[in-house]
Design a protein around this ligand. Structure first.
Ligand SMILES: NC(=O)c1ccc[n+]([C@@H]2O[C@H](COP(=O)([O-])OP(=O)(O)OC[C@H]3O[C@@H](n4cnc5c(N)ncnc54)[C@H](O)[C@@H]3O)[C@@H](O)[C@H]2O)c1
Length: 283
């Protein structure tokens, strides 16, 4: 399907390995879009998958994967929390591709010292998560929306929230607050930008099998006194048991929903927060 032929997408947080941003870049490219692959600049690291051992080079690696599909890609490194970097990056993408039709706000704070009870949560950790998830998404959306309005071509803005943005669970105060906040931002932007033919919607993934899940397990393994792989397996088993569809999600599950929201199939949707979690929360 080439629903996105002739479109240009900017995807933040797209340089990760086994990640939603990577899968989304590949899905949008396979539907015909050119992709600006954005992320922080990170040191390369070794990975091992079905194609063996290799070096993962973040946005450069995802750019090569997109190009291997025959699509155009442009790697760009910037910090979404830095206003000047965001504005400069949007200008650079426009200079390279000439337009931005789709923005996927996928970048998110990694789990770390924020995964503690709220009474033990340091202010700095709360701020770190809100700064990336909420303020960063605001800055990128603002910069791209300004250009979309100027270009008068309409557009699609997709915000990656979470089921944690629809219901609160223990040890997620900063994450949940930021992801709830993103749904508020989605609704406001949808109302403000709708008259410019720009659709703004959010997707709320449940537990997805990404390398982020490894980090979540690492963040709590010391506390549980178990190896992180065992903590991860327990986390997955608990979630699967509580999920009607009987599995956790794949990055491709979320990429499919994003591709739909980015396409003209979703032209009459605005301000929605679409939950994709196998029925774990039925809101
Ligand atoms: N994996 C899940 O189970 C799950 C569930 C619900 C929601 N989500 C959300 O989906 C999105 C993608 O998650 P993922 O699982 O692929 O994890 P991920 O950690 O691989 O993706 C997040 C990306 O954001 C980037 N990032 C972090 N801070 C940044 C900054 N300041 N500037 C620019 N980029 C920055 C990271 O480098 C990383 O590549 C996140 O917003 C996450 O909150 C994930």
């Amino acid at each position: 399907m080439q629903r996105l032929a002739g479109k240009v997408a900017l995807i933040t947080g797209a340089g990760g390995w086994r990640a939603i941003g990577e899968a989304t870049a590949l899905r949008l490219a396979s539907e015909g879009a050119a992709v600006a692959v954005a992320d922080l600049k990170r040191p390369p690291f070794d990975i091992e998958d079905d194609s063996g051992k290799r070096l993962w080079e973040g946005t450069s690696s995802v750019t090569r994967e997109v190009e291997a599909l025959g699509a155009r890609a442009f790697p760009i490194n910037f910090d979404i929390t830095a206003e000047d970097q965001v504005d400069e990056a949007v200008r650079a993408v426009l200079k390279h591709f000439g337009q931005i039709d789709i923005l996927v706000n996928n970048a998110g704070a990694s789990p770390g010292g924020d995964r503690v009870a709220t009474v033990d949560l340091p202010k700095e950790e709360f701020e770190r998560v809100v700064d990336i998830n909420l303020i960063g998404t605001f800055l990128v959306s603002r910069a791209v929306a300004r250009e979309m309005i100027k270009a008068r071509r309409g557009g699609k803005i997709i915000i990656v929230s979470s089921v944690a943005g629809r219901h609160g669970r223990p040890l997620r105060a900063a994450y949940s607050a930021s992801k709830f906040g993103l749904i508020g931002l989605t609704q406001v932007l949808a109302r403000e930008l709708g008259p410019h033919n720009i659709n703004v919607n959010a997707v709320c993934p449940g537990t997805i099998d990404t390398s982020r899940l490894d980090s979540s397990a690492r963040a709590v393994c010391a506390e549980q006194g178990l190896p992180w792989q065992e903590v991860r397996a327990r986390m997955v088993a608990q979630r699967v048991a509580a999920t009607p569809i009987g599995r956790i999600g794949t990055p491709e599950d979320i990429a499919g929903v994003v591709a739909f929201l980015a396409s003209s199939d979703a032209d009459f949707m605005a301000g929605q927060a679409v939950v994709a979690d196998g029925g774990f929360v039925t809101i």
